[in-house]
Design a protein around this ligand. Sequence first.
Ligand code: AKG
Ligand code: FE2
Length: 365
Amino acid sequence: MVSYRFSSPTLSSTPLLSITQTHTSIVATIRIEYFSGTIPTIDISGFLDGSDKMAVAAKVGQACQEIGFFMIRGHGVDRELLRKLQMSSSAFFDSPITIKQLSTGPFGLGYMGQGTENVAATLKQDSQVKDYKESLNLTLPVRDGVWPPNNDLRELCSTYYSQMETLASQLMRLFALAMNLDECFFDDKVDKPYTTLRLLNYPEFESEKTDTVTGVVTTRNAEHTDYGTLTILWSSDSRGLQALSRQGEWIDVMAPIVDVSIDDGDDIVFIINIGDLMMNWTNDKWVSTLHRVVVHPETQGRRRMSIPFFHNPNPDAVIECIPSCLRENELPKYAPMLAKSHLEAKVSKALGKTETMDDDLILEK
Ligand SMILES: O=C(O)CCC(=O)C(=O)O
Ligand SMILES: [Fe+2]
């Protein structure tokens, strides 16, 4: 057991203790095992079929404490579906901008072109770092105007979306077990979750650039934390994604590379990371890890694509320290907060304008 000095990622609600927020170094004594520097891959089939639930939960709990990232196999999601989704996503991003811009919606939904979303601003309002990316952001149900009219894309995305919703609720149960709670602990807090599916395209890019006049830095995806409970990400080539360890070292998050033009039958590996609200719930025992996308030297000049699925609690869920996460003599670090308020604050910062989660987004779920 060792003590670490670590950088605190975004602390999202009012802290009850006077801990300096966002990006500053704080000293915390935590009891965690030595982190070996690679992101673990965990086979979750023993949880899903009930044969080895606690062993899987223990590995997940350890990863969430140490680095807040892990990869999974044995989840049962069909490889063929992802191959098709990736091809459909490329076709969408290759279509004329006037067609892409037909998909639009509130709260960052629909198509977001270059410069629309800058995640660095979710941590530092006047950040000079801009993301060089475009995305299509979808939430269920399928809505005309928000979802592109293409029937194939609609069908693939909604099939994949439903599978991600199921997988995310299974992961929430796994999280409960990993915290030594009843497996159903989170059920009533995530039974009407706010979720989004994002297709992401990072155009060809040689390297990070700094504008000598304005000082603006352009990168692929600036460092940030995800906002909610968990993210399930797939990329046929994840190289470039990096997570900051508690020791302050950037670690490559590399899932096996998939050639989408062939079906070699290999298992798909998903990258999972936890978000801010899980960190609040656990009183920082689990870490919502800073991560970013840079240009990996071996993929320089190439386009990069990824498909994250973001899972958040029910908008009206109150996020407050789970008592079993409190260590002896420890106090809750954050005041209770509504999941919806955290999400609204983050989305508003990322988009540079006030965004509210209107009732139709919530009630239509
Ligand atoms: O593209 C990736 O690999 C990461 C994307 C990401 O972190 C995000 O959209 O929140
Ligand atoms: Fe992220």
